[in-house]
Design a protein around this ligand. Structure first.
Ligand SMILES: [Fe+2]
Ligand SMILES: [Fe+2]
Length: 146
């Protein structure tokens, strides 16, 4: 994977951890909530501190930098945009306890699939559609994003 994407990959480690918390498992890492409501609070906390910023970097920096570089890339970029929106809406919809564990599990699966789509389908194509200088600029923009 190209170096310019390293900060996003490092976020993904935490995002995958979060997805794991959402999915039902016999064993969870220590210190992680187990009841569905506590999980929702935990996930929302992460959304504010990590996911919101991560999605914003992808939407405001990464995706605009590669837009128009190929049909496949444009299609993936569209999907990524709408999946961010969908995950945001899913989080907002966790309002009552009815079926909450199942819905959290769906959210966890979705989040995991989203990360794999970026890492396996989109990110590997990026170095071949940007020049070295554009990659360098991309890295700087990601690192200095406020
Ligand atoms: Fe994303
Ligand atoms: Fe991502």
């Amino acid at each position: 994977m190209h170096e310019s994407l390293r900060p996003l990959l490092s976020d993904h480690q935490q995002v995958l951890f979060l997805a794991r918390v959402c999915k039902p498992r016999r064993t969870q890492p220590q210190g992680v909530p187990t009841s569905p409501w506590d999980k929702v609070k935990f996930v929302r906390g992460y959304f504010e501190t990590l996911l919101k910023r991560h999605f914003a970097i992808e939407e405001e920096i990464l995706l605009p930098a590669i837009r128009g570089k190929g049909d496949e890339i444009d299609r993936l970029a569209e999907e990524i945009f709408s999946e961010h929106k969908l995950m945001h809406d899913m989080l907002e919809s966790f309002l009552d306890v009815e079926g909450l564990s199942e819905r959290l599990a769906v959210f966890g699966e979705f989040l995991e699939g989203h990360v794999y789509k970026e890492e396996l389908d989109l990110f590997p194509q990026i170095p071949s559609v940007l020049t070295d200088q554009q990659l360098e600029e991309l890295e700087q923009a990601i690192l200095t994003f406020e």
